[in-house]
Design a protein around this ligand. Structure first.
Ligand SMILES: [Zn+2]
Length: 269
């Protein structure tokens, strides 16, 4: 038999656990709403996602070098190209001996096949971002994401001779990409990449795209590597040199995403 005091204590503990779990559920719901609102413009706040996911959404495979131990590995990624700005971006990256990963759109690849080839020839990674870049089309059916990626894959192969499986879906995977769509992409061997640091370049359109990136990088100093989101655009190319200088002066090493790495995405599918 438990004494009355022990029973009372037991009830108090049970009750406080109930309260804790309720309040954490509520805060998760709030974060979800924030996340959905944020992702509308392909900008998604990763902090919200990390809180929601407990930062366990996906693992990254890392080769072990000193740079990773110090959290100094950066993956620069550029979406929506190639564009008339890509040539200047490639020259800048070359000047600083840095590498990036380009998530291209099929129509742009077809329009700028020489630039697409230059991306590959200069040692950058090439990836796929689809064809239409429209929510209702890209995510319209179970098959539509894979159809767009295959179209994009063929365009890149024609331009460069490279058959890539690296993909990023428009506006980021969460909350648009369904489990079924993800599984079909996976069956085709595609490797889905979201991002961890968002420059918000499409929205900020000035030097703040650099300062927000640096701010987020400094907050993530405890992480071993960082996937950075940019867009292959005139605005980004105008301002990104300041970031390249920061990365160089602070001992960061840029690397390309590869198909051998376990991709990072916002949620665990
Ligand atoms: Zn995009």
């Amino acid at each position: 038999m438990m004494c009355p005091l022990a029973i009372l204590l037991f009830l108090v503990i049970i009750d406080s656990e109930k309260i804790m779990s309720t309040s954490s559920k509520e805060s998760e719901e709030v974060n979800n709403e924030v996340l959905e609102a944020d992702l509308e413009g392909e900008q998604g706040s990763l902090e919200d996602v990390e809180e929601e996911q407990g930062n366990n959404g996906s693992e990254e495979v890392e080769e072990s070098t000193g740079a990773e131990e110090e959290g100094k590995v950066v993956y620069l990624t550029f979406d929506d190209g190639p564009t008339p700005a890509t040539g200047k971006l490639l020259t800048l990256l070359n000047d600083y001996e840095m590498k990036g990963t380009f998530f291209t759109l099929a129509p742009n690849v077809n329009q700028y096949p020489d630039t697409t080839k230059r991306i590959v020839d200069e040692g950058h990674a090439i990836g796929l971002h689809g064809e239409t870049h429209q929510l209702e089309n890209f995510y319209g059916t179970a098959q539509s994401p894979v159809n767009e990626m295959v179209e994009n894959q063929q365009a890149v192969a024609t331009a460069t001779g490279v058959k890539t499986h690296l993909i990023r879906t428009p506006y980021g995977s969460h909350p648009h990409l369904t489990h079924e769509q993800y599984k079909i992409l996976q069956e085709h061997g595609f490797k889905l990449w979201d991002w961890q640091v968002d420059s918000n370049d499409w929205k900020l359109r000035d030097q703040r795209l650099v300062s927000t990136t640096i701010e987020q990088l400094e907050k993530r100093a405890h992480e071993s590597s960082h996937v950075l989101l940019f867009h292959d655009s005139e605005i980004t190319v105008t301002h990104i040199e300041e970031l390249l200088v920061y990365l160089r002066d602070n001992g960061y090493e840029t690397r390309i995403l590869t198909e051998e790495m376990a991709p990072f995405h916002f949620v665990h599918y």
